[in-house]
Every structure is written in C-alpha cells, then in structure tokens.
Ligand binder design. Structure first.
Ligand SMILES: *[C@@H]1O[C@H](CO)[C@@H](O)[C@H](O)[C@H]1NC(C)=O
Ligand SMILES: *[C@@H]1O[C@H](CO)[C@@H](O)[C@H](O)[C@H]1NC(C)=O
Ligand SMILES: *[C@@H]1O[C@H](CO)[C@@H](O)[C@H](O)[C@H]1NC(C)=O
Ligand SMILES: *[C@@H]1O[C@H](CO)[C@@H](O)[C@H](O)[C@H]1NC(C)=O
Ligand SMILES: *[C@@H]1O[C@H](CO)[C@@H](O)[C@H](O)[C@H]1NC(C)=O
Ligand SMILES: *[C@@H]1O[C@H](CO)[C@@H](O)[C@H](O)[C@H]1NC(C)=O
Ligand SMILES: *[C@@H]1O[C@H](CO)[C@@H](O)[C@H](O)[C@H]1NC(C)=O
Length: 414
C-alpha cells in the first residue's frame, strides 16, 4: 500500500464525513429551534444520541487530525515503517506487567520503545496487561503491534527492565553510543520496560544514522516532544467504548455551551481518593487559582468547561461552581493505573477507571483552551491538540501562558 493511496483514501473518507457533518449541523439547528427545553431533552436523549453515535463527531475529528499529521509529517517514509513491521521475524516488545508508571509514563516508554524497534528493524509489540488489557481501550492503527504468540518460552529472549534497576545507566549509555544491533544480535525477542524518554538519545547514536535517514526523520524533530503526535496516532486508535464516551461529551457541549471548550487537568497528588499516590508540592491553591483565572481572564461565557482530576472532592466542587449544564467530565471511578491496590479494587473498577483515563486523555486533545499542571499525562494529551500552543496555560505556583516550545517553567519544583 502506498502512502499516496492511504492519504487519498483518507481524503475521500473526510469528504464523506464533512458532508454528513453538514447534514448533522442542519438537523441540530432544526432541533434547537424548538423552544421548550424538556421536550428538546427527551427528543435528544432517546433518538438523537443513537443517531450521533453512528456519525461520530469524535471519529470525524480523528480523521481531520490524521490528515493534518499526514501533511506535517509527509516527509517520513511510512512505507519503510510498515515494511519493518511486516517483514521482521525478530521482535522488540514494550512490556508492562507490573509497576510501569501512570499513563503519561507509559506513553513515554511506548513511544521510546517503538523508535528503538524501528532503528533495530524489529517487529514492534505492545504487551500491556496491567492492570488490564490495553486492547480493551486502544487498538493498533497503522501497524499491528498485538502480540502474536507467547514468545517467552521457545526462543532466545532478553528481558530488560530499566525502570528500577541498577544497570539502567549502562543500558542508556549503550543506546547513546554503541551498535545495539550487534549487542542484541543473538536475541530473537527483547522485552523492554521503561518510562524514560530515550528518543533523542537513540536518534543521535551514529550506528543508526543510515536507518534514520532512510526513514527520513529530520534532525530538528528528533525529540519525543516533536514526534509524539505522529507516533501516537500512528500506533493507536480508540475502541468503540472510548469513542462513545467522547461523543457524549461533544453532544452535551453542542447543546448548551457551544462556543468553545476550556479544559482543566487538576492533579494534586495523594488525596482521600488516591491514598497510595505520591505527594506533590505547591498544589494547594491550584483549584482556586484555576477557577479565578477562568472566571476573570477567560470571559467567554458560552464555553463548556471540561474537568479531569485525581480527587472526587475537587470534581464535586467544580460541578457546584459551574453547574451541571456547563461542566463536562467523563463518568467513572478515579484511579491511578499504577499506584493502585489491586487487592482492594474490583476488576470492574479497574476496567471502568482505565476507560476513564483513556477517555480523559483523548478529550484533553480536543480543547480550545487547556489549563494543566506539570504532568506527563496532560503534557502528552496536550501535544495531540492541532494547535498545540494555542491558549495553553501551565500551573506552576500560579498560572503561566505558554506560547512556544521555548517556554521554561519559573520554578523547578511545582
Ligand atoms: C424514538 O425512536 C423510537 C423507536 O426507535 C420511536 O418509537 C419513538 O417514537 C422515537 N421518539 C421520538 C421522540 O421521535
Ligand atoms: C489479555 O488478553 C490476552 C489475549 O487476549 C489474554 O491471553 C490475557 O489473559 C488477557 N489478560 C488479562 C489480564 O485479562
Ligand atoms: C552493527 O552491527 C550489525 C550486526 O553485526 C552489523 O550488521 C552492522 O553493519 C553494524 N552497524 C554499523 C554501522 O557498523
Ligand atoms: C525543521 O526544519 C524544516 C526546514 O529545514 C522546517 O520546515 C520545519 O518546520 C522544522 N521543524 C521543526 C519541528 O522545527
Ligand atoms: C450557540 O448557542 C447560542 C444560544 O443557543 C446560539 O445563539 C448560537 O448561535 C450558537 N452558536 C453556535 C456556534 O452554534
Ligand atoms: C481479576 O482479573 C485477574 C486477571 O485477569 C484475575 O486473575 C482475577 O481472578 C480477577 N478477579 C476477580 C475477582 O474476578
Ligand atoms: C489574567 O488577568 C490579569 C488581570 O488582567 C492579568 O494581570 C494576568 O496576567 C492574567 N493572567 C494570565 C496568565 O494571562
């Protein structure tokens, strides 16, 4: 399959979606003309929800994003990436069976592992079953990274967990300067666990120069920050349970507060909701500061407000502040996918909690305005926004506007 073919196909799909979208807008307007609210609701609740889940606004936006990324990264040799994945018999697996960090950490690990797999010209696999199977929430998009068989036993394997080990520094120094292909030549399958950003390190390794130029990764984009939006969409697409969650939010925001979406990620660390979580300093005033900022500086009173937080109490307080109609949030239990007590939580809670984590992650990529603390989770989510630096605010002992990649936070700890 040529890249031209893929993009032409996508373009065609997009045109179709746009047509449907226009019809939908028209339909939407007709309903809105009906003045009596209760009738409006009963109409929409029953039959419109069904109608819209078939024509998913979220899927439409995912396609627009793919199209946009296809242009921005049009120089990347996708055929080469597809070829490596389909032709190699050796594998390189991102492996997570316990304690591999929260979703932000895991994304750092997964994207690093993928670039390593490509440079080593091995088939990339994601094996993440902790605390439940990743494939419940995310599916392969352009390459199939699902494990084919349980490989541990038969073949010559190497397990490398550099998250908590003493040899991490040594492995990382190999990655920077040595011929890893040679070092790992005798291993058919490599299982790799990390939450590090290794992308800029391995892309500078002189032994990978040739393959890097074949894939055509430019030197000014050889960082995790630059490549993330491409890598995430290249690897993943959401399952229908996630798509439906997000479409519910789009539907609600189109009903009442339709101008734009302001998003808040509020992470305070160890709270009554997440007792096993780590403590985070300088977050006591985050809720107060964010609300004050939204109410005073962002005066668009027709904006919906989306919130995701690590505390039920905060979520409740914010609902009280903005009211049910204006506030958007993904329903479900609040969990930290790594720092949890698997003996205490039921499998159902873990499952629904994970659904919420992935849905929150996707929705943060759809915001017109994003307020976030220092956090891997919302950093990666924010990098998915089509205009990454448009209306972006970071909380670091106060609210700061971020306008480009050159921004540095005013305090190290915050
Ligand atoms: C909604 O759909 C059901 C069956 O699909 C139909 O019986 C019902 O009358 C519809 N309601 C409205 C308000 O159109
Ligand atoms: C995840 O899925 C795989 C393959 O479908 C299955 O073998 C495994 O038991 C599942 N793991 C969990 C924790 O459910
Ligand atoms: C690295 O090692 C592999 C395997 O021995 C070899 O084929 C390759 O040529 C080496 N790369 C470079 C740039 O020397
Ligand atoms: C990298 O440089 C090229 C031109 O040399 C430019 O078009 C592109 O926008 C730059 N990319 C980034 C991420 O700065
Ligand atoms: C949003 O809703 C208001 C009030 O219902 C309406 O006047 C306005 O035209 C709508 N704007 C858009 C962009 O749909
Ligand atoms: C929860 O899932 C794990 C892994 O699939 C399984 O071993 C365990 O028995 C399940 N617990 C319950 C209560 O179903
Ligand atoms: C919010 O508005 C106040 C008063 O106009 C201003 O001093 C402050 O700099 C604004 N905050 C940000 C982060 O732009």
């Amino acid at each position: 399959m040529s890249i031209k073919y893929i993009w032409r196909h996508l373009l065609c799909l997009m045109k179709m979606f746009i047509l449907i979208f226009v019809i939908l807008l028209y339909y939407n307007d007709r309903i809105k003309q009906n003045k009596t609210l209760p009738l409006k609701l009963s109409c929409l609740n029953v039959n419109k929800t069904k109608y819209e889940s078939e024509i998913s606004i979220f899927k439409l936006r995912l396609n627009q994003r793919l199209f946009h990324l296809g242009q921005r990264f049009s120089h990347i040799n996708i055929n080469k990436l597809l070829h490596i994945q389909s032709s190699s018999t050796k594998t390189f697996t991102y492996f997570c069976s316990k304690f591999c960090g929260g979703w932000g950490d895991r994304l750092r690990g997964i994207t690093s592992a993928y670039i390593l797999a490509v440079l080593l010209q091995r088939r990339f696999v994601i094996d993440m079953q902790y605390p439940c199977n990743l494939t419940n929430f995310l599916l392969p998009n352009l390459i199939d990274w699902k494990p084919i068989y349980r490989i541990h036993q038969q073949k010559n394997s190497l397990k490398l967990d550099i998250m908590y080990s003493k040899y991490a520094d040594k492995v990382i120094s190999h990655m920077a300067t040595d011929n890893l292909t040679q070092i790992w030549l005798n291993y058919d399958n490599i299982f790799f666990t990390t939450n590090n950003d290794l992308i800029s390190i391995v892309l500078k390794n002189p032994f990978f120069k040739l393959i890097k130029s074949q894939i055509n990764i430019q030197s000014n984009e050889s960082t995790q920050q630059e490549l993330f939006p491409f890598l995430f969409e290249f690897l993943f697409k959401p399952t229908s349970i996630i798509i439906n969650k997000i479409d519910e939010l789009f539907l609600k925001s189109s009903l009442y507060f339709n101008q734009s979406i302001i998003c808040m990620h509020i992470r305070i660390g160890q709270s009554l909701t997440l007792r096993n979580d780590k403590k985070l300093p300088f977050r006591q005033a985050i809720v107060h500061d964010m609300l004050e900022f939204i109410d005073k500086n962002l005066t668009d009173s027709y904006s919906s407000i989306f919130v995701t937080s690590d505390s039920y109490q905060i979520q409740q307080d914010i609902y009280k502040h903005y009211g049910n109609n204006r506030l958007l949030s993904v329903s479900g239990p609040i969990i930290h996918i790594d720092r949890l007590n698997t003996k205490m939580e039921s499998n159902e809670t873990l499952y629904h909690g994970f659904v919420k984590v992935i849905s929150d992650f996707y929705f943060l990529g759809e915001c017109d305005t994003l307020l976030r603390p220092r956090s891997g989770f919302s950093e990666w989510a924010g990098r998915r926004r089509l205009k990454e630096y448009s209306n972006l605010y970071i909380y670091c002992r106060g609210i700061h506007r971020v306008t480009s990649s050159k921004w540095r936070r005013p305090y190290n700890l915050c």
